[in-house]
Design a protein around this ligand. Structure first.
Ligand code: PHE
Length: 357
């Protein structure tokens, strides 16, 4: 009498299941897997030995073997999920910060209290620099009509320049008429309108605030970010005044070892326009990942107010002229504190935030 090749199937399967249960880490599981279910497993050896059986017997044995294999595979994938969950929990426990923890030790005395976020404190510092230069501080809405965000800034509907700002639209009124502001420039329009209405020209003001763009976050960009806008409308203002303000600001905020440069650029609402860049503080101008190996970081844009913008708000361009600038507050924080990746600003990792209390 020949013995069936599957004589030990139940015993072998039970052993495999027990072995699976004893695997105590994903690494151990990965290592054992070929011997449990792969080519080197006892099930595969049995499979090969079915060749010598009569067709009927082979069919029966094949079905039994397949069922055993399915049980083993199921057990293996349950174990894998269980071990993955265990690993996740262990990691969570390791990363856990107990925010309600009462620390009585003298090491932590005086007790730590909450503090402004780095972005908020940077905004205040920037405001201070401009206030010292004679500017007032204003703000405006984060949800704007298309007119304020684009049209009044000399960007008509369907103008190709709209591609410069990837826009979030708000479902309100007619489609694509209400936006999350893509920059702080619409606040210039509000300010000029109210100055006209109250006959209170000239204007020397900065306008900080939150802006939104459909950008994929990376080392230098966030989809929700902050800008500070500057606007001067006065008599006899030229590009030289703008360049002077930018340079004075750079030295006052970053210190005298950081240089700024203006490069020709295009914005529909200023003419001439320039891009405002500072030495990358991460690599001190050598070139690194953060500055895309250019040694410079673009902070924002600026330029002399286009007459079309003045006339959109009813300001006489023969009597008044002005300039505007707008740049990233988060970028300033990044450059001032040498933060290689800007996404750290929104991850809310207390270990990062605590450095700036
Ligand atoms: N609003 C422009 C931007 O965010 C920057 C800018 C402001 C340019 C003011 C010129 C004048 O891209």
């Amino acid at each position: 009498m020949t013995t069936s090749p599957l004589e030990n199937l139940h015993e072998e399967t039970a052993q495999l299941l027990a072995r699976i249960e004893s695997l105590d880490s994903i690494d151990a599981l990965v290592e054992a897997e070929p011997f449990i279910i792969g080519k080197r497993s006892v099930l595969s050896t049995m499979q090969k030995s079915l060749g010598g059986l009569e067709p009927d017997a082979r069919r029966d044995a094949g079905a039994q073997l397949q069922e055993a294999r399915r049980n083993v595979e199921d057990a293996l994938s349950r174990r894998r999920a269980h071990l993955a969950e265990l690993a996740r929990r262990t990691q969570l426990e390791k990363d856990r910060l107990d925010l309600g923890d009462v620390v009585v030790s003298s090491v932590r005395w005086p007790a730590t209290t909450g503090h402004a976020s780095l972005v908020a404190s940077t905004q205040r510092e920037l405001e201070d620099v401009f206030v010292a230069m004679g500017f007032t501080v204003s703000d405006g809405p984060e949800v704007e009509s298309d007119w304020y965000n684009f049209e009044a800034l000399n960007i008509p509907p369907a103008h190709p320049a709209r591609g410069m700002w990837d826009t979030f639209y708000v479902e309100l009124g007619e489609p694509e008429t209400v936006v999350l502001r893509t920059h702080t420039s619409p606040t210039q329009i509000h300010l000029m309108e109210s100055a006209v209405a109250t006959s209170s020209l000239p204007i020397h003001s900065v306008m900080p605030g939150r802006c939104f763009r459909r950008d994929t976050p990376d080392a230098r960009h966030l989809a929700t970010f902050h800008q500070i806008e500057g606007l001067v409308v006065d008599r006899g203002i030229t590009f030289a005044d703008l360049a002077g303000v930018i340079e004075t600001f750079t030295q006052a905020y970053f210190g005298t070892d950081i240089s700024s440069r203006l490069r020709p650029a295009y914005f529909p609402f200023t003419e001439p326009s320039a891009e405002f860049e500072v030495t990358c503080t991460i690599c001190r101008g050598e070139g690194c990942r953060t500055c895309s190996h250019t040694g410079w970081i673009e902070l924002g844009g600026c330029g002399v107010l286009d007459p079309a913008v003045l006339s959109a708000v009813g300001i006489d361009g023969d009597e008044w002229s002005g300039f505007a600038f707008g740049f990233g507050i988060d970028r300033c924080a990044q450059m001032r504190h040498q933060i290689a990746d800007m996404r750290a600003l929104i991850e809310n990792d207390v270990r990062f935030l605590e450095q700036f209390s």
